[in-house]
Ligand binder design. Structure first.
Ligand code: HEM
Ligand SMILES: CCCCC[C@H](O)/C=C/[C@@H]1[C@@H](C/C=C\CCCC(=O)O)[C@@H]2C[C@H]1OO2
Length: 460
């Protein structure tokens, strides 16, 4: 009673090469061949891929037969050369939730907004058009603002960003051990350089307070060695910064290439701008916090549906019976893995989302402007109709912080700047196919834009 098995032709490696090259393409082919559950061999490991979102809970909610800690620790070792085995995962999770969802979230949002404004306005010359790649612009600005919000500010964020991008570009290959000679050196060097840049400034220890400092403190309490404490900062830099910039890029890229969506968002924003507080009241009232933005929210959900591609991997630690929503039952072997890839289903599933390759800005909007959250597969209403934030115990703890930051960034860009495509006919670049499974997708190439400060602002 096991799922159909496809070992591939290459001994031991099995399908590892196809999987690493373009997981979406490979898993689509396997789905066409075997259906919505099958097992493939990938570098000596048997991975059962489950592509029926109605059955996801049997994986996401199972903490007895399935677990993530060992897979996570192996990956962390490979990518960050970091060993955090002594950490109690549940305490770390609680600590993160307290930091990003507790009372300090309001303060984090305010600080992030302040830094977004300063880093954005710093890049502008009044009256002059500037040209840039949209991806580089979004990633660098959100990274710098995020870095200044969470980490110690003694180093130049530009320096950290440049090193970070070199590291991030090699990260998927690093995780799959497929780096070539030169790339190996360059990944190692940028990792070491980032450890150095992030290492705390002992002299300023007494006066400064930051998220970075509290995290350090948490690791100390958990008994993590000084060296590993420092390396863990890079893990957290990546976890907290690798998704928001690329998400903002895709969102603005879709708007710039879909004029009807841009008009709808701009019209919603005009309504909000009219409400913006120009009084001297402190802190000023922010209309994004006090008013609904159904159009922008739907645009964000649609953007993430098309470009968020996390994989949810679990290890089978005891033989397990997997009950599918349609009544089928499968046996999973201890030592194998289970993988959900929500990008293929629900996100790109034509049964759930009509014309799934198309960007439809109002896909998540009802006629009365409420959120559309009724989607069906096999006649069943779906709990998971899009899954950019993961699910269950590992789901993104920074979701609210990320959503606020992305909305603030888009609001700022569209209210303070004139932004246009250099080539009005330009299309969005294709997706980098090697990044499936590592959070937000990144483009292969960029979208050239020009931008300047809006006239009304530098006249006043
Ligand atoms: C569009 C932006 C973002 C997306 C799509 C996103 C997505 C995700 C996903 C899918 C996971 C879980 C991966 C898994 O199953 O292992 C995750 C974990 C996490 N995210 Fe986000 N994220 C975003 C932004 C952020 C931001 C801005 C922060 C914090 C500043 C953040 C903090 C975290 C943390 C700390 C975890 C680890 C949670 C854990 O291991 O329990 N994320 N994120
Ligand atoms: C790379 C392992 C570190 C995991 C740290 C944290 O729990 C998750 C952060 C996610 C991360 C997801 C990307 C890869 C996870 C590996 C999936 C797999 O098992 O193959 C990235 C930052 C956060 O969202 O996207």
């Amino acid at each position: 009673n096991e799922p159909p098995l496809d070992k591939g032709w290459i001994p031991w490696l099995g399908h590892a090469l196809d999987f690493g090259k373009d997981a979406a393409n490979f898993l689509t082919r396997m789905k066409e061949k075997h259906g919505d559950i099958f097992t493939v061999r990938v570098a000596g490991i048997y991975v059962t891929v489950l592509l029926d979102p109605n059955s996801f809970d049997s994986v996401v909610c199972d903490t007895t037969f399935l677990e993530f800690t060992r897979i996570r620790n192996q990956l962390i070792k490979k990518i960050f050369n970091l060993q955090l085995e002594e950490i109690d995962q549940a305490s770390e999770r609680r600590w993160m939730e307290w930091q990003f969802q507790g009372p300090s979230l309001v303060e984090l949002n305010t600080t992030m907004k302040y830094h977004l404004q300063t880093v954005l306005l710093k890049t502008l010359h009044p009256l002059e058009w500037r040209e840039d790649g949209l991806f580089d612009l979004c990633y660098s600005l959100l990274f710098k603002a995020g870095f200044l919000t969470l980490f110690e500010r003694r180093v130049n964020p530009e320096l950290v960003y440049n090193q970070f991008r070199q590291f991030d570009d090699l990260l998927a290959k690093l995780a799959r051990s497929s780096l070539k000679g030169d790339e190996k050196n360059s990944a190692r060097l940028s990792r070491e350089r980032l450890w150095e840049l992030l290492s705390p400034d002992r002299q300023s220890e007494a006066e400064s307070v930051s998220w970075q400092k509290s995290y350090h403190h948490f690791l100390q309490e958990q008994g993590v060695s000084a060296e590993m404490q420092n390396r863990a900062l890079l893990l957290q830099l990546w976890t907290t910064q690798c998704n928001a910039g690329p998400a903002a890029f895709w969102l603005l890229g879709f708007l710039l290439t879909h004029p009807e969506a841009m008009d709808a968002v701009k019209s919603e924003i005009r309504g909000l701008s009219a409400l913006q507080d120009t009084s001297t009241q402190h802190p000023p009232i922010d209309p994004l916090e006090t008013h609904r933005t159904p159009v922008l929210d739907s645009v964000l959900s649609e953007t993430l549906r098309l470009t968020a591609a996390v994989m949810i991997n679990r290890e089978v630690i005891q033989d397990k019976t997997l009950h599918m929503a349609d009544g089928r039952v499968f046996h999973l072997r201890r030592g194998d893995r289970v993988c959900l890839f929500p990008f293929l289903s629900p996100q790109m599933d034509p049964e759930i989302h009509s014309e799934p390759q198309m960007f439809k800005y109002d896909r998540f909007l009802n006629e009365d402007m409420s959120v559309k959250d009724h989607f069906y597969k096999d006649g069943r209403k779906l709990k998971y109709y899009t899954m950019p934030w993961g699910a269950g115990r590992n789901a993104c703890v920074g979701k609210h912080f990320a959503v606020t930051a992305i909305k603030q960034f888009v609001f700022l860009l569209l209210t303070r700047l004139d932004v246009e495509l250099c080539d009005p006919q330009a299309k969005l670049p294709p997706i980098q196919s090697s990044r499936y499974g590592f959070g937000m997708l990144q483009p292969d190439g960029d979208l050239q834009i020009r931008y300047r400060m809006k006239k009304t602002q530098h006249q006043t």
